[in-house]
Design a protein around this ligand. Structure first.
Ligand SMILES: [Zn+2]
Length: 315
């Protein structure tokens, strides 16, 4: 007899959507069965249901161990739902733009505190994309699923669910931007632009540079280090590289910029060295005040990105 897994963050999604059902839609996109347990993958749509409108995509939990990213997204969505109870300006804004989200791409990984999915595949190495000079092992490999960063043999359910959702909900938009939350690299919060596969500039680099300039002028004291993902290391199989390549094939004069937000967890370890002894602690802040700070720290970035794509004609 199969049963659904119990994940508090998933329950929270339903609670949030129930607060404002006329703005939030929760859709079961797929499910992964491991033994007798079903791990559902949920997508959310917020605002006008028109994929042509400017669309911001929020994604988290690709690496299940990096649970904090899912929690930042859910906390943001919760704030949105509460504001939509009373903020008429915000209600009006969502007539002209939308947010789509998969806060927990890899529910088995979230449940078991694993980076990979149940097949031992690192989903961020799983796409059919070959890198120029991928770093040995960490850049993705097909040696064994007992080693981290294993690429798998074909697209896993979680990966194809993410890609299909992005194609359906973002590729028709005249301007879409994805923000995929990760943690566990470096001491600073970093915004990475594509590619992961090569140090060449990605096709929307000029557009990204304008967006970056706008952000830096608007928030000169922002906390982020902004750089190309491949300036850190190149990897095979990045799902966002793959999505970008698929979007380019359409040649439809629309802009799609997938960004990765790497929350700088080494800082949490540095300030609380005991975390070094727990895998969970390496990727997630454990102290309450640090958790609260992480929850509120990225709200203005998400708000900014949504406004920037909605008002592209003004900058
Ligand atoms: Zn990650």
């Amino acid at each position: 007899m199969t049963k659904y897994v119990d994940i508090p963050e998933i329950n929270e999604l339903f609670y949030i959507a129930d607060l404002k059902p006329d703005f939030f839609k929760v859709i079961k996109l797929n499910e992964v069965q491991v033994g007798e347990t079903l791990y559902p993958i949920y997508g959310l749509k917020i605002g006008a249901d028109d994929p042509k409108l400017p669309t911001l995509g929020l994604f988290g939990g690709v690496h299940g161990l990096e649970r904090i990213g899912s929690q930042v997204i859910i906390s943001y969505l919760s704030t949105l739902a509460e504001r939509l109870q009373w903020d008429q300006d915000l209600r009006d804004e969502f007539k002209t733009r939308r947010i789509v989200a998969i806060p927990i791409v890899n529910p088995w990984g979230i449940k078991t505190l694993s980076r990979s999915n149940a097949n031992g595949v690192d989903l961020m190495r799983n796409a059919p994309v070959e890198a120029d000079n991928a770093t040995f092992l960490v850049g993705g490999h097909r040696i064994s699923n007992h080693l981290p960063w294993y690429r798998g043999k074909s697209l896993e359910v979680e990966s194809s669910t993410l890609i299909d959702f992005v194609k359906a909900e973002m590729f028709e938009s005249k301007y879409s931007l994805a923000l995929d939350f990760h943690s566990g690299f470096g001491v600073k919060d970093q915004i990475w632009y594509p590619w992961a596969k090569s140090t060449d500039p990605f096709p929307y680099m000029p557009e990204f540079n304008k967006l970056k300039e706008l952000f830096e002028k608007t928030y000169p004291y922002h906390v982020y280090k902004i750089e190309g993902q491949s300036m850190n290391y190149t990897t095979h199989g990045d799902l966002w590289d793959y999505a970008l390549l698929e979007q380019m094939k359409l040649n439809n004069n629309k802009t799609f910029i997938p960004l990765t937000l790497e929350l700088g967890s080494w800082n949490w370890v540095k300030k609380n060295p005991i975390q070094f002894f727990s895998m969970f602690g390496l990727f997630n802040p454990i102290k309450k005040h640090r958790y609260s700070r992480t929850m509120r720290r990225h709200i203005y970035l998400i708000d900014f990105l949504l406004k920037a794509i909605a008002h592209r004609d003004n900058w």
